[in-house]
Write a new protein. Structure first.
Length: 289
């Protein structure tokens, strides 16, 4: 009933909320992406996206189709792998930023392990900047992390807004420097926070530095200050700092999959895991539990 090509296009649009970004990810023309979505909507008999010239949002039926599309594609890929007689194997060095620790990434990895039991997965959880450095140095095969503004490398998984977050009871004094909770260099959110405040002429001071997301969260929950974080992944116990606090807009951030330059079995394994992440990308935008 549902064409797999149209389902993949639908997932790309749903994850990026952009027909343009979906076309770039899939290597298609934007008109082709629109055609795939329109035909899928005709097959379903429902509108899957509410869109105008400025925004793209999933409808209620579109949210329902997300789960169906992912499961349909997973079953198709499992069947293709079974009957093709080819098995992915080897060691895969996969790096993921700590942003995904509280999401459903373990579910995706579990499914990948089930489908590709002969792949030995070596998982590294680190700062996005550190992961990209290790990837460039040949120490990783695939990285799922934030990428720096303007970086064209990698396949976009989704785009989100960076926002200021802190404890619900936190009150900022406009006459005092902004108290910052940050990752150490080369943290991408750290750099964005400092650059944005500097551009706005706002004074700031670093009250806490931690290389661990749990450490940053603990400091923020204790009311020590504010931190820059993905809007869709705000941890429990923290809230977005209200606009009346007068903090500058941090802008968007891209989460992307970037491949290394290693060939052979590792490349096949990286391609398979990348496909699994892209197919299940909406689960990465939900906290675990």
């Amino acid at each position: 009933m549902y064409d797999p090509t149209q389902l993949r296009t639908f997932l790309a649009v749903a994850q990026t909320l952009s027909f343009t970004q979906a076309a770039r990810r899939l290597g298609l023309r934007q008109s082709t992406v629109s055609q795939h979505v329109r035909r899928l909507e005709e097959a379903a008999g429902r509108q899957l996206f509410a869109r105008d010239t400025h925004s793209v949002e999933l409808t209620g039926d579109g949210e329902a189709m997300l789960g169906f599309a992912r499961r349909l594609l997973e079953v198709q890929e499992q069947a293709a792998a079974h009957f093709s007689g080819t098995r992915v194997r080897g060691r895969l060095r996969f790096g993921a930023s700590e942003d995904f620790v509280l999401t459903r990434l373990p579910e995706i990895l579990e499914g990948f392990r089930h489908d590709h039991p002969e792949v030995d997965l070596e998982l590294t959880v680190e700062l996005s900047g550190t992961l990209h450095e290790r990837l460039a140095g040949g120490g990783l095969d695939l990285v799922l992390a934030k990428r720096r503004p303007g970086d064209p490398h990698g396949r976009l998984v989704w785009r989100d807004d960076l926002v200021w977050i802190g404890a619900p009871r936190l009150r900022l004094d406009p006459d005092r420097p902004v108290p910052l909770i940050v990752y150490p260099p080369p943290g991408i959110t750290r750099a964005r926070a400092l650059e944005t405040l500097q551009a706005e002429g706002r004074e700031w001071r670093i009250v806490c530095t931690s290389g661990s997301l749990n450490g940053l969260i603990a400091a923020a929950r204790a009311g020590l200050g504010v931190m820059a974080h993905s809007r869709r992944l705000i941890p429990p116990g923290l809230v977005r700092v209200p606009d009346r606090a007068g903090l500058p807009d941090l802008g968007p951030v891209d989460f992307a999959l970037t491949h290394g330059h290693r060939g052979g079995p590792a490349q096949d394994a990286a391609d398979a895991l990348a496909d699994a992440v892209l197919a299940g990308g909406e689960r990465l935008r939900r906290r675990d539990g």
